[in-house]
Every structure is written in C-alpha cells, then in structure tokens.
Design a protein around this ligand. Structure first.
Ligand code: HAM
Length: 452
C-alpha cells in the first residue's frame, strides 16, 4: 500500500468513515475457499457430464409466485425466509431460495417437453434464505443440484441418490454421512395420513412448540421433523406413514430400496423424514452427518411429480437433489482434505527504470501467453522492495531487468530457492523459463475448455 498523502508514515492514518461489513449471514468467498469451490464445481461438472446432465442457470430472482406455488405457502422458506422485493413496476420478485422451482418453470416456459425425455439438468448457483445464521446456515449459500424431469421410475430416484453419494465420495467425505430415505406418499395416501396426524395431535397442542402449533393444520407433516425436545417425543408416538401408504407407493418404495441394494448403497429408513418443501411426492432423502444427525444435512432431495402442474404445466414427474457447497467445504476442511491449488505463481518480474518497466510489460504478456503464471510489481520503487515482494509471493523464479540489462538486451533469471542467477537474452527468456518450470506445469488455456 502506498504511504502517499500520509504526513507521518510512521503512524498510519486512522480511517475516518465507519467500516463497512457484509450483512449478517452473508460471506465473501475468499481466494482460499475459492480453491474448494473450483474443485467441487469441477467434480460436479465431470460427474454430471458422465451421466448426461446439461447445465442450466435460472435467474437469480424470479416472480415471487414461482416459489410460492412451487415450494408452498405453508413452508418456512416461503413463510419466513424469502428475500422478496417490489420492483419499480410494482411486481413482486424474490431472490431464489432454492433451484428446483425455477428449473421446472424454465422446463415449461422453454418447451422442454418436446426434448427427448427425461430431461437431465444440473446447476451450481448461489441461493438466498432469510435463515437464522449459525454454523452451516447462511443467508447466501451455494448449492449444486441435479434434476431428472419427465419420467417416474424408482430406478431414477436410485440414480440420483447414487450420484449425490458419488460426489461426496469424490470429495472424500462420503463416509461421514448416512443416507436417510422415506416415501411420503402420493397426494391420495398422504391426505389420509395427514388427517390421522392431525387427529393424533389434537388435544396435545400445549406440548408442542409455537411453530408446530401454527403448523398443525397447515402442514402437519412438518411436526414429525421438529427439533424441539417435546415435539420429538410426541413425533415418536405419532402414527407412522408406513401404515397409510397406498399399494402403488409401497411398490415404488420397495423397488427403490431394491435398486439401492443393487448399487450397494447403505441407507436408513426414516419414517419421520419429510423435508421442508411442499412439492415432494413419494421418495424423499437426505445426507445426514453421522455425528450431528439432521442438523446441517449436507444435501437432500426427492421426487416432485406434482410440481409441473402447480407451475401451470402439464403433469410431468421429476426427481432431484441439491447439496450445499459451504457445508461440503466445512466437512472437507474438518477431515483435513486439501484441494489442488492452481493459484501458485511461477514468476515475478522485477524492473528498475522507465525502459525496463516498458519492456517488462511485453515480457509479462509473453510469459502469460505461454502459460507461465506471472506477476510483477509495476508500482513498486526499489529493487529491494520488489525482491521482498517476490519472496512473499513464494515464486520459484524472479526475472530482473534494470538499466544495464535493458542496454545489453538480457534478463536476469534468478532461482529463488538457491539464489543462483544467470543472464539470458531477452528473446530467449520465455523458453528458458519454460525449461525451468517444465512444460507439464504450464497453465495453458485450451480454447473450448470451460474455465472457472
Ligand atoms: P434443501 O434441503 O432445502 O433442498 O437444500 C439442500 C441443501 O442446501 C441443504 O442440505 C444444505 O446443504 C444447503 N442449504 C440449505 N439452506 C442453507 C443455508 N441457509 N445455509 C447453507 N446451506 C444451506 C433444496 O433446496 C431442494 N431444491 C433440493 C432438491 C432438488 N429437491 C429436488 N431437487
């Protein structure tokens, strides 16, 4: 940082304006974490391509109705957690709290029914929920998600669960999670079950937490997965869904379990798993931390055969999953899993004098074009200050150009580990550096490759 304008460089000036911060529950993704993000995105893209998923990005905000209709008015997400605002035209818009509703809106709007079915889509996006910020719970968070739309078969549900598990496995954290599964029935058998649940809870309202008392008639299934102590005790005693599943749902669920066995995936049958979004029908599942349980599930999903109709489309089944990137990264770090860093620099260019500075601009471009990751401190004054900076960047090589080197048409190549150096003609220096760092270590961009 420059000391320019500071009358007493020994005593840095105090800022006069108040320091600005991110809103609560919202975080910067700093360079260290970006390496994890990049790695996870690569794994997801690679696995998605292997299975024929194609990428979709829906808008960051949509008409509020997309989420109200899709996720359901009686859910916590729609009821309490949406970032909703009115635009200058008086329209109600909402930052997307999850990905599935927008994907189905897009499927319908863009006539994807005409494509070969099922349509397989994936996304890696930020989402927004006015959640209570705590460990693993933020107001802006990233999810990757996959959706298979247009077919209903338990083999697809099994494939989605397998995909999610495979991603966790690729990231080295699959062993930390148990796969919890349930089948919450079709609208017919679920209606009967909901009725029985309400009957069970009536008269016991005083033992319920405030949220559950409010949810009892609106969304009784949610009472089963409430974390409050008394609600949990009551949920244990509540009627189980197994007794109310219709034969079609029983058969679907039995087949799913058979496919999971075939794929050698261990799972836990959890009759209290209901998920927090209203669009689910039939299969629901979550990946639970084996030590923390339902708290901070790393991902979840399920089947949503009625969603397209709710969104104004023709009946179209679907099944999907989303995983939370911040929670995945927290688990990777806890396990001591590091990811390859592509940010390590190869070369620092130090220069002194106007001519050298001018020449170093071209040199840096030539180095970078060849795939050599290069920085230079063009604003820095003394050679000593620049060399100190080169040390801080931990570069293996520094290229030095002063007045003499410019006159002689050479660049000094200095190996930072041992301090040995030699003068190389200007037009040969790029290939000299390539030799030193090795062709295989260059950071080259292949046109057509998706980078980020
Ligand atoms: P979800 O269970 O609401 O499902 O979210 C999926 C994952 O997103 C969670 O398991 C968690 O890892 C992450 N997540 C959710 N909220 C937060 C938060 N406030 N802070 C940090 N991470 C969070 C869905 O969103 C469904 N759309 C999944 C799906 C796709 N179902 C079918 N297809």
């Amino acid at each position: 940082m420059s000391d320019e304008g500071n009358s007493n460089p020994a005593q840095p000036q105090q800022p006069t304006a108040t320091k600005l911060q991110t809103p609560i529950g919202i975080h910067d993704i700093l360079p260290e974490d970006h390496e994890y993000f990049t790695f996870i995105k690569k794994v997801v893209r690679h696995r998605a391509r292997q299975c024929g998923f194609r990428r979709i990005t829906t808008p960051i905000f949509e008409f509020t109705e997309v989420f109200q209709r899709g996720i359901g008015n009686s859910t916590d997400i729609v009821d309490k957690e949406m970032y909703t605002f009115t635009d200058k035209g008086g329209r109600s818009l909402t930052l997307k709290p999850e990905g599935t509703a927008g994907v189905i809106r897009s499927y319908i709007e863009n006539g994807m029914k005409e494509l070969p079915q099922p349509v397989q889509l994936y996304y890696i996006e930020p989402h927004f929920r006015y959640d209570k910020p705590q460990k693993g719970r933020y107001r802006q968070f990233w999810q990757f998600g996959i959706e298979i739309i247009g077919e209903s078969d338990p083999a697809l549900d099994a494939q989605i669960i397998d995909f999610a598990n495979r991603i966790n496995d690729d990231l080295g954290i699959a062993h930390l999670f148990s796969i919890q599964i349930n089948n919450i029935g079709c609208p017919k058998c679920r209606a009967k079950y909901k009725e029985e649940l309400v009957n069970f809870y009536i008269g016991k309202e005083r033992s319920l937490c405030e949220d559950c008392r409010n949810r009892l008639h609106k969304n009784p299934l949610r009472l089963l997965d409430c974390k409050a102590e008394d609600c949990r005790i009551l949920a244990e005693l509540a009627p189980k869904f197994e007794q109310y599943r219709c034969p079609t749902c029983v058969e679907f669920h039995t087949k799913l379990k058979g496919y999971l066995d075939e794929l050698k995936l261990e799972y836990v049958e959890n009759s209290k798993l209901v998920r927090g979004l209203d669009y689910y029908t039939g299969t629901v599942f979550e990946f639970w931390d084996k030590t923390e349980g339902a708290q901070n599930a790393i991902g979840g999903g399920g089947r949503y055969d009625g969603l397209a109709e709710l969104m104004g489309g023709i009946p179209t089944p679907g099944v999907g999953y989303s995983g939370g990137l911040e929670r995945i990264i927290a688990h990777m770090k806890k396990e001591g899993i590091t990811v390859p860093s592509k940010d390590d620099l190869h070369v620092f260019v130090a220069q002194l004098g106007d001519d050298a500075k001018r020449k170093s601009l071209t040199l840096m471009n030539q180095l970078r074009e060849r795939g050599i990751k290069t920085v230079g401190a063009l604003g820095k004054g003394s050679m000593k200050a620049q060399m100190r900076l080169a040390d801080k960047f931990k570069v293996p090589y520094t290229l030095i150009m002063g007045i003499t080197e410019v006159r002689e048409g050479v660049v000094i190549v200095r190996g930072m580990a041992k301090g040995q150096q030699k003068a190389v003609p200007f037009d040969q220096v790029v290939e000299e550096v390539v030799k030193l760092i090795g062709e295989e270590n260059l950071d080259n961009y292949t046109p057509g490759e998706v980078l980020y």
